[in-house]
Ligand binder design. Structure first.
Ligand code: ITT
Length: 270
């Protein structure tokens, strides 16, 4: 099942309690014209066209090279200048201690945007295995320990599922796109599959070689970047974001303009 959840939340980095605009964001989320309404109030058509022509710097708030590659591939050709954390000096790591993918994605995006002064796109994702009660879930990257490699995580997963008949699993992905002052848009998607008893394929990263996607008769590890992007959790969430990218750009421009007016500088645009 895929669920796209555009919503706007405030700049509070705490995972709990929810930022106070959260309730409002649900209402915004349920309203199909959630951005169009703002655009009509704030921009003429000419202003919108002019603003979407300018290029925005977007920082990918991830240290995972596999994710970064997939996101870059998806956003290629869009009028944003993609940067990643390697383009900047060292910044502190965000503690991913939220209880949900959503919380952690927002923490990464809003922290990065705040520290660097540019809009930031973060992905929090993971594998949920039915027979393991949803584990490894939000702990997917550290399943076999704080500095575990993909191979160690895969080995631990196979061990945990030894002799288990129910191999059903799903990948989850939450994307959070935040501006430095805190508001963010969120997209969420899933991809269902099953866990094999041994790895197949050399492509991808993380649990890809163990994740079998029956409709294509392949593991994610056997798919090309394009094949995986068409069906994966991340691909679906990114497709939702891309599908309304013109509106997202306007949202970003408006937020950055407000910040610029507040601060009297030019961060985020060039
Ligand atoms: P950043 O926080 O820096 O983005 P990370 O790898 O720590 O990198 P997460 O906390 O979101 O990111 O953990 C995601 C983990 O879930 C990832 O390390 C993989 O183990 C797994 N995962 C997520 N998406 C995956 C995919 O498309 N294919 C395989 N494994 C995936």
């Amino acid at each position: 099942m895929t669920r796209s959840v555009p919503k706007e939340i405030d700049s509070d980095h705490r995972a709990s309690p929810r930022p106070k605009e959260w309730g409002k964001s649900i209402a915004v989320r349920d309203f199909p014209g959630w951005i169009r309404g703002k655009v009509q109030r704030k921009n003429t058509v000419q202003e919108v066209n002019a603003s979407t022509m300018e290029r925005i710097i977007l920082v990918l708030a991830t240290r995972n090279a596999g994710k970064s590659k997939e996101i870059r591939e998806f956003l290629a050709g869009f009028p944003v200048e993609i940067k990643d954390l390697n383009d900047f000096g060292p910044i502190p790591e965000v503690k991913e201690d939220g209880p949900t993918f959503d919380d952690n994605a927002y923490k990464k995006a809003s922290f990065t945007a705040k520290v660097l002064g540019f809009p930031a796109l973060a992905d929090d994702s993971g594998l949920e295995v039915e027979a393991l009660g949803g584990a490894p879930g939000i702990h997917s990257s550290r399943y076999a320990g704080p500095v575990a490699t993909d191979e160690e995580n895969n080995a631990k997963l196979l061990q945990a599922l030894k002799g288990v008949k129910n191999r059903r699993a799903r990948f989850a992905c939450v994307l959070s796109l935040a501006v430095p002052s805190g508001p963010a848009l969120t997209y969420e998607a899933f991809c269902e599959g099953e866990i094999l008893e041994s790895p197949r394929g050399e492509n991808g990263f993380g649990y890809d070689p163990l994740f079998y996607y029956a409709p294509m008769g392949k593991t994610f590890g056997e798919m090309t970047l394009t094949e995986k992007g068409a069906v994966s959790h991340r691909g679906k969430a990114l497709a939702e974001l891309k599908g309304e990218f013109d509106k997202v750009l306007i949202w970003l421009k408006n937020r950055l303009k407000e910040e610029k007016m507040l601060r009297g500088d030019h961060a985020g645009c060039h």
